[in-house]
Design a protein around this ligand. Structure first.
Ligand code: PRP
Ligand code: ZN
Length: 301
């Protein structure tokens, strides 16, 4: 478990923010145990050849692009901003998107002062827009054929209108609390975001490649599991087709005979979606009985 330091996989994760706990939890559920370094910037993997670097989310795309880190977990909003920036600089493939993850859902939206008249994107014409996402906003304005000036802020964008630095803002919204606290009203979304896993565009040395693939498979498995349930039930043999149809997101269920009952079978299936009460009620109507729904702990395909 202790390959050369150079062959250990480095994963960049947001140091403190909306993605931090979810990202570390995801890696723990992939089996990674780690100790935090004294500077709190690196988590050293104890049982796998993987270390976690805790950094500002805005720095994650560059760390992965420059191959300082092999993998990174960052919001699609930050990725798109950097992708457009690197594209401007002539780099068309700064990182590889491996997959979207299942947390950190938010959106990049325009917001205007509560008392401002604003009926749609066309009203942006001629305004000053404060944002930390200048490339995304300029790209949007270009596509909409609008002319507006973009005022770059690295943080606290929501106070720009009150400071008289801008007329409207374009910023990340999740609960909407920040907007409300600043008397701003959401006025149109330009990007939906979710946390994403990215990988270096460079070829990974063979010694690392195997663990890279393993960790990506485990992440797939963890996400599948959180959305999956194992269901067991009894059903009349004659209702088999209908019951199979009702099982959400399941392929071929396992069908087993019941001792001494020719008319009934036991059905076991993995459902790749949550099983709601409504589904159980429909299954019951179709003839199912003795239904049990269990959480799935691990899954590997
Ligand atoms: C975003 C955004 C707002 C807040 C909105 O910042 O800039 O401050 O989240 O969330 P809410 O709608 O739930 O109130 P974030 O925490 O992502 O930090 P960063 O942009 O500085 O990395
Ligand atoms: Zn940030």
């Amino acid at each position: 478990m202790t390959p050369e330091p150079a062959n250990r996989i480095k994963i960049a994760v947001q140091k403190s923010g909306r993605l931090t706990d979810h990202s570390l939890d995801l890696l723990s559920r992939c089996g990674l145990k780690y100790t935090k370094g004294r500077d709190q910037l690196i988590c050293f993997g104890e049982n796998l050849p993987i270390d976690v670097l805790l950094v500002r989310d805005d720095d994650i795309p560059a760390l992965v692009r420059e191959d300082v880190c092999d993998l990174g977990i960052v919001g699609a909003n930050v990725l798109e901003e950097r992708r457009l920036q690197y594209l401007d600089e002539g780099d068309e493939a700064p990182f590889v998107l491996v997959r979207e993850l299942d947390f950190g859902h938010c959106r990049l939206s325009f917001a205007v002062p509560e008392d401002m008249q604003f009926s749609g994107a066309a009203d942006l014409e001629g305004l000053r827009i404060a944002t930390s996402y200048p490339h995304i906003v300029r790209d949007y304005l270009r596509r909409e054929g609008l002319t507006a000036s973009v005022v770059e802020f690295s943080g606290a964008v929501e106070i720009a209108p009150r400071l008289g630095r801008a007329d409207v803002i374009c910023d990340l919204v999740s609960s909407g609390n920040t907007l409300r606290a600043n008397h701003l009203r959401e006025a149109g979304t330009i990007l939906s975001s979710v946390s994403s896993l990215i990988q270096t565009p460079k070829a990974v040395p063979a010694e690392k490649a195997e663990w890279m693939e393993r960790i990506k498979k485990r992440i797939d498995g963890v996400i599948q599991v959180s959305e999956s349930k194992y269901i067991m039930l009894h059903a009349p043999r004659s209702a088999l087709a209908e019951i199979t149809r009702l099982l959400p997101g399941s392929e071929a269920p396992t069908v087993m005979p019941l001792e001494g009952r020719d008319d009934k079978v036991a059905i076991h299936a993995v459902c790749r979606e949550n099983v709601f009460w409504e589904t159980l009620e429909e299954l019951k109507l179709a003839g199912a009985s003795s239904m049990l729904v269990l959480p799935v702990e691990k899954m590997l395909y």
